[in-house]
Design a protein around this ligand. Structure first.
Ligand code: NAD
Ligand code: TDX
Length: 350
């Protein structure tokens, strides 16, 4: 593959996009353009200042601003991560998901296509558009089996339906206009800097505050957890070496029930922050998420065999790293939750 020179990351002020931007700044000499509208879920602290990083504060819902940003960045490689990402928010307010995830992706595809079509031949040949998606587009599994690239789409939440729509748009722009695209569908990520409304940071913050830890339904729903740095590694491989028009499922055989995850965090906190009673006593069953998918699991055979991807992080060990990171960064959590409008007690309750 060609060395990277001008890379555009959409959603680079979010959790996974931020990890990707940091990695690109360290491991390549590319100029990294970060297209992000800076929503409640954004924070640029983790990136810091770097002359090779440039923020383009743009909402993808605005087609002209999107077109101008692509012209300005003049990229050879685009990673598209910008999206509304929280399932619970998609249930209470689906409109923003339709706008950002579907219309936003459409506007980006049109702008990228116009850019790609006018590139000189040698740049056109190695141009890539990499769309980052989720395993949730495949729906919900029973007790056995895994999702793979041939699993039919069956999205069941407004979030996953909007991501499925964006995947289809990206494939259509490849088949119809020849845009050189690659897609990845990854399982649940965890790690530092994840916005504290997702399960793992919520559990840590609630436990530290001595407040009830909300476990939806019977707690037996299963997610396939992957450390964010392993996802970033997969993105770099797929974007530079993946086959055009193909999708790659990304997951590290990290299946755990929500109950197991919550209990493991509580045990870690019992060691790191002992209090009178075990933290697990705070676990509180609450009403289930409507339409709650029961189980996700990924078969990563294609990305492993074609691109040599392997996760480098074991769940229990990296969960401990993550818990320690949140304990060291409680002030950041409080700041971003307050900015996002979460109110109430010090560490807040969703
Ligand atoms: P995040 O919510 O932390 O960050 C998303 C970023 O996108 C934010 O900075 C936000 O401002 C930006 N954004 C949203 N709408 C925008 C718009 N209209 N215009 C410009 N910027 C906009 O999300 P994340 O967890 O980092 O997820 C990133 C991507 O990866 C998403 O596409 C998500 O669907 C996908 N994904 C996430 C996971 C996961 O476990 N978090 C797993 C698989 C795939
Ligand atoms: O307080 C909670 N209690 C609880 O039991 C929260 C916030 C969640 N849960 C459950 C719901 C899920 O089964 O934990 C599981 C994980 O929930 P989330 O962190 O909200 O993640 P999920 O709904 O699985 O979606 C995530 O993974 C796939 C990301 O948010 C998506 O963007 C990604 O595509």
């Amino acid at each position: 593959p060609q060395p990277l020179s001008r890379v555009l990351v959409t959603g680079g002020a979010g959790f996974i996009g931020g990890a990707l931007v940091r990695r690109l700044l360290v491991e390549s000499s590319a100029m990294v353009f970060n297209l992000d509208k800076l929503s409640y879920a954004s924070d640029l602290t983790s990136i810091g200042s770097n002359p090779r990083h440039q923020l383009l504060q743009v909402d993808l819902v605005d087609p002209e601003a999107t077109m101008a940003a692509i012209k300005r960045a003049d990229p050879d490689l685009v990673f598209h991560l910008a999206a509304e990402s929280h399932v619970d928010r998609s249930i209470s307010g689906p409109g923003a998901f339709i706008e950002s995830n579907i219309s936003g992706t459409f506007n980006l595809l049109q702008a990228v296509r116009a850019h790609w079509e006018q590139l000189p031949k040698e740049r056109q040949e190695h141009f890539r558009f990499h769309h980052i998606s989720t395993d949730e587009v495949f729906g919900s599994l029973g007790p056995t089996g895994c999702f793979s690239e041939t699993t039919p789409y069956d999205p069941r939440s407004p979030y996953s339906a909007s991501k499925a729509a964006s995947d289809h748009l990206v494939s259509a722009w490849h088949h119809t206009y020849g845009l050189p695209v690659v897609l990845t569908n990854c399982s649940n990520n965890y790690g530092p800097w994840q916005f504290p409304e997702k399960l793992i940071p919520v559990v840590i913050l609630k436990a530290v505050a001595g407040e009830p830890i909300p476990l939806y339904g019977d707690g037996a729903n299963v997610r396939d957890w992957l450390y964010v740095e392993d996802h970033v590694e997969a993105l770099l491989l797929a974007a530079t070496r993946g086959r055009l028009g193909e999708s790659y499922c990304v997951g590290g055989h990290g299946e755990r029930s929500n109950k197991q995850v919550v209990q493991t965090i509580c045990s870690l906190l019992d060691e790191l922050r002992p209090q009178g009673a075990p933290h697990a006593g705070l676990i509180t069953p609450v009403a289930d998420r409507p339409g709650h998918d029961r189980r996700y699991a990924i078969d990563p055979t294609r990305i492993s065999s074609e691109l040599g991807w392997r996760p480098a992080h074991a769940f229990e060990q990296s969960l401990a790293t993550t818990v320690n990171w949140y304990l060291d960064n409680l002030a950041w959590c409080e700041k971003v939750r307050e900015q996002a409008g979460y109110r109430g007690n010090r560490l807040g309750i969703i």
